[in-house]
Design a binder for this molecule. Structure first.
Ligand code: 3HC
Ligand code: NAI
Length: 705
């Protein structure tokens, strides 16, 4: 080893005749302007340095390079731009080798593809995930990947955004060799020395031959174009990715790069890019708390009370994460059903080949069932998921208070009930919080961490730690009826019900909400979740309902007939013979017509845009109230709740980001317009008024620490 020079974001050190360039830009070596500038300079200097025969690129820390610096998108570009740096690397007269470890994603993989040789370490993750941010690989990736791995495999990589393991990347032709060395420097030096020993010179991906059969490649592009048109529902960048790969086949390399750049800039300008990047950061911000964070309590053994839909799903999530789990049910028969629900999930995964028999066994071996609460005496955290009934929950918490060990955290999975009232059944409300999972609990990413009046800071920290271990996205919420998500949902669902009574059919409303980008509309959702749950909540709320507020009875008419949705074969839709896709039901339309007559409503028509605007305005207005009351910490947390828990279209960034993008003055004007017909329901939130009238937006309230 000789020489050493620090250049800031990329440092260099020479090992004999190999110049090792280490990209060092924590936390993930993203390609900021400083990194790009340093890279361009060291590559240039290497050309002129007679002592350098080869260049080795590696990352400092856990990752090679996670991609372009996402925080720079939307700001004016700073030279040198990444495609130029990649071209410069590829043009090097001396061989350039990249050693890939940890994340080699997006622009990081593009740098590696511009290098002349690639070696990957075990555990490396390679991918072109730009599509998840509304972009396409814009530093030559759409031109080099197809030349290295063919049109089909590169389209697959770019359209799914998936990560490839080192072995899969080798098989695909994306890397040249694997190394079992744990240290990237040793692995990279060893490989580079081998290359120099055999006299290997620069070998450029632009000249690679995987697109040799143009007819086959173009047929793959056509098929991808059709798939994208049929499945990506309004997304902008997938079609641009296909166009860029078509250019890779039809155009010479340099012209293809120009086409890619033009398509990339179109994606960069699209509101979808802004929405998706907002979602990326919003999800990472939810766990950030102002002030000094408390340390979580010990978290090794979990207890669950209730083995129904949610208890079983939570058990699976915990077993998947490696926790030992004890489930308590009311009696042997209920416990057996709970156990069967857990086993059923694993049996299905086994059948689909997504789990090995050994994995199934080892997970179930960590599962214990009991009917005696005493079995929970060694649990560090106990989650209650029994019936949604205050008396039942308080009785359970009084029992837990007797058996739980000192310092154990007690959590309720209630959807709506007052966590402080539940905590009052114990002698230690500081240990109690809400952990509101979403169904199916082993799949849905969202976890509302509901903080009660007396909940201790380390109890909250333990809830966040559990989310981290379960790979969920935690969002802090305050106590109110329905917390963040269900509280807001109740309001925009009410707006939908009012439109239904005023003339829109549930099928028109569902179609308009789907056209906005949701996977399903509110009435399909209600049928899936089961109408009985909402009905029970409406009955519970009836005594406190404001008589001045309009109340639409159509859903009650269906529930009174036992039409609870899919599980009963009919709800708003018909599900003949257990069908999962519902059919429109003329009897439901007749019931709606009768209800309109009873309520003396003259039906009118709503365009899809009318429906969307009312639905969103109700959502945004209630979300503003949730913020104002401190139930949510920041607007972006509300976005995350709707993205991760309710199917809000990710490319629109969540309701708060969407409101900002259309303009708060327009949302307020809509609400004021609707208030002319129904001032009791459409009361503009004071926060919305204040922001709109001062020309501010929700984003101005986002803060992370
Ligand atoms: N730019 C800027 N910041 C980034 C970043 C990026 N590309 N990737 C991650 N970060 C930040 C995160 O915001 C987070 O910051 P914080 O600590 O302040 O919240 C920090 O790095 C750590 O990220 P994670 O919490 O996600 O850490 P993990 O270890 O769980 O995951 C990862 C690491 C797999 C690299 C993940 O962060 C990831 O997937 N990043 C995005 C990768 C990506 O999309 N790359 C493509 C970018 S677009 C591009 O390259 C365009 C080009 O073609 C021109
Ligand atoms: P469920 O009816 O499927 O299961 C409840 C289980 O609790 C039953 O198996 C019952 O035997 C058991 N149980 C009742 N009393 C008990 C007691 N004293 N001790 C031990 N076990 C007892 O209900 P589900 O859907 O699982 O809901 C449970 C809780 O989760 C409710 O508070 C609900 O509001 C909430 N929730 C439900 C969601 C859903 O989509 N189903 C989503 C999020 C939260």
């Amino acid at each position: 080893m000789t020489d050493s020079a620090s250049t800031g974001a990329a440092s260099t050190r020479r090992y004999d005749d190999i110049l090792v360039v280490t990209i060092d830009h924590p936390p993930v070596n993203a390609l900021s302007a400083a990194v790009r500038g340093d890279l361009a300079r060291v590559i240039r200097e290497a050309q002129a340095d007679p002592q350098v025969r080869a260049v080795l690129l590696m990352g400092a820390g856990k990752n090679f390079i996670a991609g372009a610096d996402i925080r720079e998108f939307g700001k004016p570009p700073q030279a040198p731009i990444l495609p130029e740096v990649c071209n410069q690397i590829e043009a090097s007269a001396k061989p350039v080798v990249a050693v890939l470890h940890g994340a080699a994603l997006g622009g990081g993989l593009e740098i590696a593809m511009a290098a002349h040789y690639r070696v990957a370490l075990e555990g490396a993750k390679l991918g072109l995930p730009e599509v998840n941010l509304g972009l396409l690989p814009g530093a030559g990736g759409t031109q080099r990947a197809p030349r290295l791995m063919g049109a089909q495999a590169s389209l697959d990589l770019m359209l799914t955004g998936k990560h490839l393991s080192a072995r899969a990347a080798l098989e695909a032709g994306l890397v040249d060799t694997l190394s079992s060395d744990a240290d990237p420097l040793d692995a990279g030096l060893a490989y580079t020395r081998q290359l120099l020993a055999v006299g290997a010179g620069p070998r450029r991906s632009r000249d690679a031959g995987a697109l040799a059969d143009k007819t086959v490649a173009l047929a793959q592009v056509e098929a991808a174009a059709e798939r994208v048109a049929a499945t990506t529902r309004g997304l902008y960048s997938p079609a641009k990715i296909v166009e860029a790969v078509r250019a890779a086949i039809e155009q010479p390399f340099d012209e293809g790069l120009r086409t890619e750049r033009a398509l990339f800039l179109q994606c960069l300008d699209s509101p979808q890019r802004a929405g998706l990047i907002h979602a990326f950061f919003a999800e990472r911000d939810t766990a950030k708390m102002p002030g000094q964070p408390a340390r979580p309590r010990r978290l090794e053994r979990l207890g669950i009370v209730g083995g129904g839909t949610m208890g079983a799903g939570i058990a699976v999530a915990a077993l998947d994460a490696g926790f030992p789990v004890t489930m308590v049910e009311q009696d042997d028969a209920a416990l057996e059903r709970g156990r069967a629900r857990v086993a059923q999930v694993y049996d299905l995964l086994l059948k689909k080949g997504r789990l090995t028999p050994q994995e199934r066994e080892s997970r179930l071996a960590r599962f214990t069932g009991a009917t005696d609460y005493g079995a929970l005496d060694d649990a560090d955290l106990i989650i209650e998921a029994v019936f949604e009934d205050m008396a039942v929950k308080q009785a359970v918490f009084a029992q837990l208070d007797r058996v739980a060990k000192p310092g154990a955290v007690l959590a309720t999975n209630t959807s709506y009930l007052d966590v402080d009232h539940i905590a009052a059944a114990t002698r230690g409300p500081a240990d109690v919080l809400g952990l509101h999972f979403f169904s199916p609990a082993n799949i849905m990413k969202l976890l509302e961490v509901v903080v009660g009046e007396h909940t201790a800071a380390d109890t909250v920290a333990t809830g966040f730690e559990l989310a981290r271990r379960l790979r969920k996205i935690p969002v802090r919420a305050g106590v109110c009826d329905g917390f963040i998500g269900n509280r807001i949902l109740a309001v925009h669902r009410q707006a939908a019900d009012m439109m239904m009574e005023d003339g829109a059919s549930p099928y028109e409303i569902d179609a308009a909400v789907r056209a906005f980008g949701y996977p399903m509309g509110p009435y399909q959702m209600a049928d899936l979740a089961g109408g009985d749950i909402g009905w029970a909540t409406r009955k519970r709320r009836a005594p406190t309902r404001d008589p001045a507020q309009r109340y639409v009875q159509i859903p009650d008419r269906l529930c009174e007939r036992g039409w609870f949705g899919q599980k009963t074969g009919r709800g708003f839709y018909l599900y003949p013979d257990g069908a999962r896709q519902g059919e429109q039901d003329p009897e439901v339309l007749a019931i709606i017509a009768a209800e309109r007559a009873r309520a003396r409503v003259t039906p009118r028509s709503f365009t899809p845009e009318d429906i969307q605007r009312r639905y969103l305005a109700a959502m945004i207005n209630e979300a503003a109230n949730v913020l104002l009351q401190g139930i949510a910490q920041r607007p972006s947390d509300i976005d995350v709740v709707f993205l991760a828990g309710y199917g809000f279209p990710r490319h629109r960034g969540g309701p708060m980001h969407y409101a900002d993008s259309v303009g708060l003055d327009r949302v307020l004007a809509d609400i004021r317009g609707y208030a002319q017909e129904d001032p009791a329901f459409w009361k503009p939130s004071p926060l919305l008024v204040q922001l709109a009238e001062s020309g501010r937006n929700f984003a101005s309230l986002n803060q992370t620490a």
